[in-house]
Design a binder for this molecule. Structure first.
Ligand code: PSU
Ligand code: MN
Length: 300
């Protein structure tokens, strides 16, 4: 594992570090907005006073704190593999370039000693999972790795009620930042409740600390609603999701190609509007996540 100097120093001094994933760069957004967003997220985290650590795998080495040049390369390069837990030993051995999903990023962050991780959305239980059994490995990982994941809820490309049931079974606390409702990514309303509302970064830091002190293995999901001014109209986004899902089934797309295909198709169907919302919500999560990391660094 290669941890960059700035990150290594911050970790050693017990300062706030925030992990970031690379699948959102290589498979979640189109170039060049993917790279611009990744760099802006890092800037936002620095402005809040924490140190960003974008995680990816380069020539089979896990990199914690990619350089801007490496982020650029992840945004452009063809053939970067999207990796989750099962893929890690293989891409390490084969010395490949690989983009880490939420699950793989959590594993590497945990190994590096980073406890707060910011992203857009997590994987979940897909619609139709009772037939397909398509359940993201992100959910199991949340039960294993000691990392708090800040996201904007889960997209309606997923089955949100089943995703919440699964997380309950796995013992993962699902919290809402200043809300009692589970946000639905492009939109702040899902009609579903989170387990608990958290009212400040300080309170969140206390929850993480209590989880660690009581040796309760695994992560925490902190969901943070997209700011209302950047929300998408429910009818518009729901229609795009329905259409994208139909297209996916028609083309017979399966497995790990599903999420990237759906994201890309929804961007096309909304004329790029969903991408703008996606960017805004990630930046908003970066702010909250770095505040949480800062508060946690004070008390841990
Ligand atoms: N949700 C998003 N953007 C993303 C992803 C999810 O809004 O880029 C990515 C994350 O890396 C997540 C992964 O971990 O997709 C989940 O993929 P799967 O459903 O194949 O587990
Ligand atoms: Mn899947």
């Amino acid at each position: 594992m290669r941890i960059n100097n700035e990150v290594a120093k911050a970790l050693k001094e017990g300062r706030a570090v925030v992990a970031l994933e690379s699948t959102i760069i290589s498979h979640g957004m189109p170039y060049p907005k993917n790279v611009q967003t990744a760099l802006e997220v890092e800037r936002t985290i620095r402005e809040t006073g924490a140190v960003p650590a974008t995680i990816g795998i380069i020539d089979g080495e896990a990199v914690v704190g990619m350089t801007p040049e490496e982020i650029e390369e992840f945004g452009k390069r063809k053939g970067i593999i999207k990796v989750s837990r099962r893929d890690l030993p293989v891409v390490y051995a084969k010395k490949l370039w690989a983009a880490t999903t939420v699950a793989a990023t959590m594993i590497i962050a945990n190994q590096a000693g980073i406890e707060v991780f910011v992203t857009g959305g997590i994987g979940g239980v897909h619609r139709g999972a009772t037939e397909t059994m398509d359940i993201s490995a992100d959910l199991q990982e949340l039960a294993k790795s000691n990392v708090t994941v800040v996201c904007a809820g889960a997209k309606a490309i997923l089955d949100l009620p089943l995703t919440l049931e699964y997380l309950e079974t796995m013992g993962v606390p699902v919290l809402g930042f200043k809300t009692s409702e589970l946000p639905a990514f492009y939109n702040s309303h899902s009609g579903l409740k989170v387990d608990y509302q958290v009212d400040s970064a300080k309170e969140m830091a206390e929850i993480i600390k209590n989880k660690r002190e009581n040796k309760l293995q695994g992560g925490i999901l902190l969901t943070n609603p997209i700011p209302t001014e950047y929300e998408m109209k429910k009818e518009v986004i729901d229609a795009a999701i329905e259409k994208a899902l139909k297209e996916m089934n028609k083309l017979g797309i399966k497995g790990k190609e599903c999420t990237p295909f759906l994201l890309k198709t929804i961007v096309e169907l909304t004329g790029g509007d969903s991408l703008e919302s996606n960017i805004k919500l990630v930046l908003n999560n970066a702010k909250v996540g770095s505040e949480v990391a800062k508060e946690y660094a004070k008390i841990k």
